[in-house]
Write a new protein. Sequence first.
Length: 550
Amino acid sequence: MNNLPNFTTTQYSLEKIFRMIEEGNIKIPQFQRDFVWDKVKAARLLDSVLKGYPIGNLILWKTKDRLRSLRNIGNINLPEPKEGDYIYYVLDGQQRLTSLFAIKKGAIVAKENQKSIDYKDIYLNLSLPPDTDEDIVTMEKNYEFDCITIYEILNSKISSFLDKYGKDKVDKIETYRNKINNYSIPIVELTDCPLDIACTIFTRINTGGTVLTLFEIMVAKTYDETRNFDLSKEYERLINSNGECKDLEDSNYDTIPESVVLQCIAAHIKNKVSKREILRLNKNDVIESWNIVKERGIFPAVDFLRNSIKVPVSSLMPYYSLLVPFSYFFIKNYEKNGSETTSNIQTKLLTQYFYWASLTNRFTSGVPAKIEQDLLKMDKIVNNEPPDYPEEELKISFEDLIEKRFSTSEAYCKALLCVYAANNPLNLRNNSSIRLDNSWLRRANSRNYHHFFPRAYLRRKDINDDKANVILNIILVDDYLNKRVIGAKPPSKYIREFMRENDDIEKALRSHFINDVEKFGIFNNDYEAFIQERAKVVSRRLRSLLRPKI
């Protein structure tokens, strides 16, 4: 019950709200959307204020937590509050509050691909009575009437207007200034509740907006200006540091999502990775663990996946979640053995785990609980002990392998693509290495994926797509070979063409688990023989990975 939010209602004058913003006590958290209101909406809002119309309440979260928040509104820098002071974060009312403050300060707001908006250029028509149905606040100065900017009204001495406007209009200006400053806005204060509750409230009251992600919440929670820690920027540098330091783009692992990185941190800190546990992470623990998780966990794990299991790019990973137990292992292994390298036994056991988890579609559901179970398997591997697996899950079904349709969204297929990639596939034309790239491997119609028996050819032979589009009919090639040389030719034709150019084509074919041209039915275009024979070779490789000799 302690997590239930405590609401109080009160009223603040606009003058008080402006002062709180200027003193740094009212802040807009970084997870709020960008300021999007234009001058038309801002002018109409102020017109409502001057006429005493209600403009809705504000919801503020009162807390001593320091979150990542907006540092400026346009060209107006916002100060930080005093240490120990309460901060009021805006959960609802950002656009209204920002518009009014921008007018008060005469802010110049630049929007991407748009002309800058100068909020000094919002005028009040002194010729109209306050109770008119017309808008007394306008965006353009009308030279037929006496107009004055709202910025001048709120920021200049009243006496400075006498010479230009005369006493009657100066009295009206003073009345308008008082109306703005004394305008009362209903405030709903949410006091000292946990960040995740505040974020849930924000999401629910902003039903038309984007639901906050766990990462956005944790970015807000862990922000620390004094230690120069911003989780969103740290993640950006982890993916791509623009040459400043090692990053995942250097390894072609730049598609690792934010959520997985959070789980890597949580696994290291508390061996638990659920959303609930991540939200409970202590800010200082996250900051202090960041470099450890990055340098001793994620980077060594990626290096192992690339160099030992030979998963060349992150898009081929059957599950990004696999990075979590691997990162956990390398941190624990470093703590125990003082080294990032693995023993021969550990290499085999980690490879076994990778293929077991992938071929059993382990992380299709219940991911956090399964990761937590698998951390115990990693503890065993750290000690050079084989984890326990259900016997049935270490067997390869020959029938399932033959019938498995090709899909880059399924872990089983991706595991087989990893097996193909780990065999160092060669170009059939010249035995050069195949270049695999994240940008090419995300979709099933990627130029890296070639049906050895082209589907267009098989359709002409009345073999339907269910039988043609199977994983055992897939090899990894480069774009040029796939689209421009092979096309829809039968293998008997294009393999003979390559044989005239490549006198060691058998080596290239073996790199694709095609061991015997005759036996695999290539020269007589025997698709059934090809699938059966390739299944035998691939299944042998899978068995060796799932049942390593220790």
